[in-house]
Ligand binder design. Structure first.
Ligand code: G3D
Ligand code: MG
Length: 187
């Protein structure tokens, strides 16, 4: 299996929104307490078939227990080519905090990288009701030039879709970079 590209992807957002669970669902197709074992691991790798017979290798970095240690964030962001920014649909505060994560990302990585905003824990909505106004999130995402996707790491709903969408955006961006550099070489 030949991968054409290999990308560093980061998962950021406030604590307990489900970042590690989403990663575990995507990489191992599991939602269980075992995910706790991944804490302390810098990244997980997964090869994804993004189009028929075309593969990409994702190195997905989980901010893990380092959320609180802002001085470590710079090296975490270093070299990231795509980001999943997660909040918890059942806690409004996490939507506010998620915006601070996006600001921090922009202040550290000066170029725009493909990013997806994720509202996680849809499985709990029948219990909690709609706490966060979906229109508000969609408007915010549009302003940031991001797509907004609602997921559940517990049921698996939309998890693969979110990673796949991000991958397509990264491939597109990489295609443009390659094309520009070829043109620059010619000139
Ligand atoms: P984090 O990595 O962002 O800190 P975790 O978040 O993945 O550790 O998840 C925090 C808690 O939310 C965990 O519960 C986890 O099981 C739960 N969780 C994560 N995603 C979902 C989801 O989609 N649906 C539901 N219902 N719960 C989710 P505990 O109880 O172990 O703290
Ligand atoms: Mg975690």
């Amino acid at each position: 299996m030949a991968e054409k590209y290999s990308f560093k992807v980061i998962i950021i957002g406030p604590g307990a929104v489900g970042k590690t669970s989403l990663l575990n669902r995507f990489v191992h197709d599991e939602f269980s307490l075992k995910y706790k074992l991944t804490i302390g691991v810098d990244f997980l790798t997964k090869t994804l078939e993004y189009e028929s017979d075309k593969f990409v290798k994702l190195h997905i970095w989980d901010i893990g227990g380092q959320e609180k240690f802002k001085f470590l964030h710079r090296s975490f962001y270093d070299g990231a080519f795509g980001a999943l920014v997660v909040f918890d649909l059942t806690r409004h505060r996490t939507f506010i905090n998620m915006k601070e994560w996006i600001s921090e990302m922009h202040s550290i990585i000066h170029t725009d990288i493909p990013s997806i905003i994720i509202g996680n824990k849809t499985d709990l909505l029948p219990e909690t009701g709609q706490i966060i106004d979906k229109n508000e999130v969609e408007q915010y995402a549009e302003k940031q030039g991001c797509i907004y996707i609602e997921t559940s790491a517990k049921t698996g709903e939309n998890v693969e879709k979110a990673f796949l969408e991000l991958t397509h955006q990264m491939i597109k961006k990489m295609g443009k970079i390659v094309k520009n550099s070829k043109e620059n070489l010619k000139n």
